[in-house]
Design a protein around this ligand. Structure first.
Ligand SMILES: Cc1cc2nc3c(=O)[nH]c(=O)nc-3n(C[C@H](O)[C@H](O)[C@H](O)COP(=O)(O)O)c2cc1C
Length: 184
């Protein structure tokens, strides 16, 4: 499977980056995983979104997502929602309307926060935005609260989180297989 990750935190030591990596590690053997860097995208503007003239960073984002079988979105919670940079990437990937690179794309949303709330609102908002963008997000998201206790040197994810991640990845794989069957 060819999977791309979209990670809502840009900081090097991001817990969400680590959670995305732990999720990707559970994909079937032989899967190819690449991270989509959306940090250089301009803010979405319909004036920049002119077919054949979109900025190179936008073309790259759209091509990388379109070439994937599925996406894994890892989001922290910023002020009760998903970070603006991640939302901006979803907005760019949602267009051209009805033909965006996210259309029909199976997506798994995970989220880590240092608070006990496990980025619950951000995960919910990510599922909603992905769905409106035309993607096929798995309804069940996976959250990790108090993430500093479980991520980092000499630490390990709780067994219940690993179990939820395994189930989420299995749902993602099943959604990709279903999409491939429908396309055949
Ligand atoms: C601008 C900003 C807003 C935040 N708002 C929330 C919030 O609403 N709820 C919450 O639980 N944590 C909030 N946090 C804490 C982040 O969830 C926490 O820093 C998280 O670990 C960041 O993810 P990362 O480790 O992947 O960078 C906020 C952090 C920042 C920088």
């Amino acid at each position: 499977m060819n999977v791309v990750t979209l990670i809502g935190s840009l900081r090097a030591g991001s817990h969400n980056r680590q959670l995305a990596e732990a999720t990707a590690a559970l994909l079937p053997a032989g899967s190819h995983v690449a991270n989509v860097d959306f940090s250089t995208l301009p803010f979405y503007s319909e004036e920049l979104d002119v077919e054949g003239q979109t900025p190179a960073s936008v073309q790259k984002l759209r091509q990388e997502i379109a070439a994937a079988d599925a996406v894994i979105v890892a989001t922290p919670e910023y002020n009760g929602s998903l970070p603006g940079g991640l939302k901006n990437a979803i907005d760019w990937a949602s267009r051209p309307y009805g033909r965006g690179s996210l259309v029909g794309m199976p997506a798994l949303v995970v989220g880590a926060s240092m608070s006990p709330y496990a980025a619950k609102w951000a995960r919910g908002d990510a599922v909603r935005a992905l769905g409106v963008a035309g993607a096929k997000p798995i309804d069940d998201t996976i959250g990790l609260g108090s993430s500093h206790e479980f991520l980092g040197a000499d630490k390990a994810l709780p067994e219940e989180t690993l179990e939820a991640l395994r189930a989420g990845v299995a749902s993602l794989v099943a959604a990709v297989e279903q999409a491939n069957l429908q396309a055949a």
